[in-house]
Design a protein around this ligand. Structure first.
Ligand code: MN
Ligand code: MN
Length: 415
């Protein structure tokens, strides 16, 4: 029996004042509401045993799938996926792996890419149809962009820094020494593949040489050494100082509107003993017109409160620690998922959810919305801004107790 099942039985026992037999548990009860009842506490040890083929490594990672809480009900789309189960494309200079709608059908708004560039590693000059949002999770890299107005922009970014490259604006990335960089890319089109972008080398190689000569006003021989296959990621030499690179492209190498942003240099929208939430959307990061993001740190045992988002699906990148989430939808339907670093989750728009830190270290999860601004409805905030008599008649809770519910808009509760 895992900790969660044990805790559920203890909770159930507390209600009845004594341990319930399996027979007694087979009636709808607090913490075990369904008819017929669902969950291991309603079964017998022989019936819940699982003698068939096992993959213990996978089973250990996903305990809620092995033994869902008895409050889970109905069927939901698979809202869990992971970069850990996606093949890496590795080349000299770095690698990438991705979760698009092809690998994860529940992710209808965005696709995600986990990319690593070693020191000097270059993600080739390219462009694509979707807007690209990025966050650095390790190390440092140099971003190079030509914006819609023809302005060159070059910036170095480090952990907690974001970028937003508008669709069609050509760009490149390069890992800086000594450790290179790892970063997450989010495209605001779930079909956008990192392995299907418009590449500089592809276009040059597939244009008649005499057209190239005429286009650039130089002899045909100029192009005799171009690569015949694309580079995508390749090992380059480490770039010089940022100021020199900016000077080399003219006009200071800076956009009128910054396309990079330091998320962790902002004031958190929430900070207490239970955790921290940083927020970046088009209100503070003006360039990010289609992506809103929150970086949430939740302390061991703490709970990111029950809430939902009215304006977009939530796409999650689990960075550190471990957590558990239950998603609620009409039906009723409720399914519980466990997450670890490198995992990806989705909560469809307006579906209720919480996140519990189930580990012994800080949990960090990045949540992304394909929307210009972050929006959230908090259950406790709603119930404390509704006439107490009305709420009391729904839940059979004394209004004096309702008055103790948290009243803020975004919440993390202590263990
Ligand atoms: Mn790109
Ligand atoms: Mn949420």
């Amino acid at each position: 029996m895992d900790d969660f099942s044990r805790r559920a039985i203890l909770a159930l026992s507390a209600v009845g004042g004594a341990a319930l037999s399996f027979e007694e548990a087979r009636a709808a009860a607090f913490g075990n509401p369904d008819e017929p009842p669902q969950g291991a506490i309603n079964s017998s040890p022989a019936a819940i045993s699982d003698p068939g083929p096992q993959n213990p490594a996978l089973a250990r990672e996903l305990p809620a799938f092995q033994s869902p809480p008895p409050t889970d009900v109905g069927t939901m789309p698979m809202l869990w996926s992971s970069f850990n189960i996606m093949p890496k494309r590795i080349q000299a200079g770095g690698w990438g792996r991705q979760v698009t709608i092809t690998e994860f059908p529940a992710s209808k708004d965005v696709s995600g890419v986990d990319m690593r560039l070693g020191p000097g590693g270059i993600r080739e000059l390219h462009w694509h149809l979707a807007n690209e949002w990025g966050i650095v999770t390790k190390g440092r890299c140099r971003t190079t962009l030509l914006d819609q107005n023809g302005n060159a922009n070059i910036q170095d970014v480090g952990p907690g820094d974001l970028w937003f490259f508008p669709a069609g604006c050509p760009h490149a990335l390069q890992g800086l020494g000594p450790e290179g960089a790892e970063f997450l890319l989010v495209f605001d089109d779930a079909h956008q593949s990192e392995f299907s972008t418009l590449l500089l080398t592809d276009w040059i190689a597939h244009t008649p040489p005499e057209i190239l000569a005429q286009n650039f006003g130089v002899p045909v021989e100029t192009f005799k050494n171009i690569p015949l296959h694309d580079l995508w990621i390749f090992q380059g030499k480490e770039p010089g100082p940022l100021a020199a690179a900016q000077a080399a492209v003219g006009a200071g190498g800076k956009a009128q509107q910054p396309f990079t942003f330091s998320l962790t240099a902002t004031t958190p929208v929430k900070q207490n003993e239970s955790g921290t939430i940083y927020l970046a959307d088009s209100h503070n990061f003006k360039a990010s017109t289609t992506i809103a993001a929150a970086l949430e740190t939740i302390k061991p045992g703490a709970l990111r409160r029950l809430h939902w988002h009215p304006n977009a699906d939530e796409w999650q990148y689990w960075i550190k620690g471990q957590g558990r989430m239950t998603v609620f939808d009409a039906g009723p339907r409720a399914t519980t998922f466990d997450f670890r670093p490198g995992d990806v989750g989705v909560v469809p728009r307006n579906q209720g959810h919480y996140i519990l830190n189930t580990g012994t270290e800080d949990l960090q999860v990045l949540v992304i919305f394909k929307a210009p601004e972050y929006q959230e409805v908090d259950l406790s905030n709603w119930l404390t801004h509704t006439p107490p008599d009305l709420v009391a008649q729904h839940l059979n809770i004394d209004p004096a107790v309702l008055a103790r519910f948290p009243k803020d808009k975004v919440g993390i509760q202590p263990a």
